[in-house]
Design a protein around this ligand. Structure first.
Ligand SMILES: Cc1cc2nc3c(=O)[nH]c(=O)nc-3n(C[C@H](O)[C@H](O)[C@H](O)COP(=O)(O)OP(=O)(O)OC[C@H]3O[C@@H](n4cnc5c(N)ncnc54)[C@H](O)[C@@H]3O)c2cc1C
Length: 292
């Protein structure tokens, strides 16, 4: 199938882009890497009158370390996020998760901003943004806004971006030296979206006692979700196999897994348990070995 007819615009700078969006509003659609939108256009699942190509906006592709955060422009490609030494050192969960998106060619084209705005419920980038409480910097012709990840997302495939507004950049906190992390996912074929994914950060004190946990999962409710708050009763206690079993039982009691035509809710729950265990073991082993 071929896409329906549309007018094509290629603004040369941000001012021109915001002017076009202000003029066309709801009837226009941005295209960044095209890795999600182009298939939807070809299947006629996306309907708009003007397509605004933002690939000329090279100033929206950057990675910068400012104070205790890493800032990325929305047009930064997945492969740049994965390969950046600054991110590998400062926010390794983000670079590792980016390296697991789709296939090599998809990561060459797909952008961080596109993935965050598309808000696919199985996608890695919304999950990492929610787990790390990233800040979303948006702009329209009149104003700029900064939103938390939780405020940016209103559900699966849905964000609080206004019709004439773009996502301009995203910033993530830099990890402390006592942060252990892991990212675990399971898909049936390499390059497919995951059925369940787990993003985890654990912070220890000098006695190896867990002070803070950030954990987010995809695939156990209708969208990526940050479950960190449910870990609070388990903080400042020594890590043990029983502690981990209890924590996982507690987290599973708040998941809302769903059946679809291929995967049952109970399979999702079983998988989440396996992946959470793997994530904790990987994070803690990695942290212990880095200190010896
Ligand atoms: C075969 C295949 C496998 C894939 N596997 C995975 C996977 O395992 N995990 C995963 O996460 N993704 C996967 N993807 C999707 C891929 O990550 C896309 O790159 C991503 O979802 C969208 O990024 P994009 O730059 O291509 O955005 P586009 O497709 O160009 O746009 C997506 C949406 O975001 C909007 N948008 C883009 N940029 C902005 C902006 N700056 N401000 C406001 N709105 C904007 C567009 O209007 C559109 O609605 C896969 C894609 C394919 C084709």
């Amino acid at each position: 199938m071929k896409p329906f007819a549309f007018e094509y615009y290629q603004p040369a700078n941000l001012k021109e882009l915001l002017g076009l969006l202000n003029q066309f509003g709801d009837s226009a659609k941005l295209i960044a890497g095209g890795q999600s939108l182009a298939p939807m256009m070809n299947m006629r699942m996306a309907n708009f009158e003007q397509l605004i190509d933002i690939n000329q906006l090279s100033k929206l592709a950057y990675i910068e370390h400012i104070q205790d955060r890493i800032h990325l422009g929305a047009m930064t490609r997945h492969h740049e996020v994965a390969a950046s030494e600054m991110i590998q050192q400062g926010c390794p969960l983000l670079s590792f998760a980016a390296s697991t998106i789709g296939h090599y060619v998809i990561r060459q084209q797909g952008t961080l901003g596109g993935s965050l705005c598309h808000a696919d419920p199985a996608a890695q980038m919304p999950l990492i943004a929610l787990t790390l409480n990233a800040s979303f910097h948006t702009q329209n012709i009149d104003r700029e806004r900064t939103l938390t990840a939780a405020d940016f997302y209103t559900g699966a495939m849905s964000t609080s971006l206004e019709k004439n507004e773009i996502l301009k950049s995203i910033s993530y906190p830099i990890f402390t030296k006592d942060t252990a992390w892991a990212f675990e996912m399971f898909n049936r074929r390499h390059g497919d979206y995951a059925i369940v994914s787990v993003a985890l950060c654990v912070e220890f004190d000098s006695d190896f006692v867990i002070q803070k946990i950030r954990i987010g999962l995809n695939g156990v409710s209708d969208f990526a979700h940050d479950y960190s708050i449910f870990c609070e009763p388990f903080l400042k206690l020594p890590y043990s196999a029983i502690w981990l079993e209890d924590l996982i039982d507690h987290l599973q009691s708040v998941f809302q897994p769903f059946d679809d035509e291929k995967i049952s809710a109970s399979y999702r729950l079983d998988l989440s348990k396996t992946l959470m265990k793997k994530a904790f073991h990987r994070a803690i082993n990695h942290y212990s070995s880095s200190r010896t």
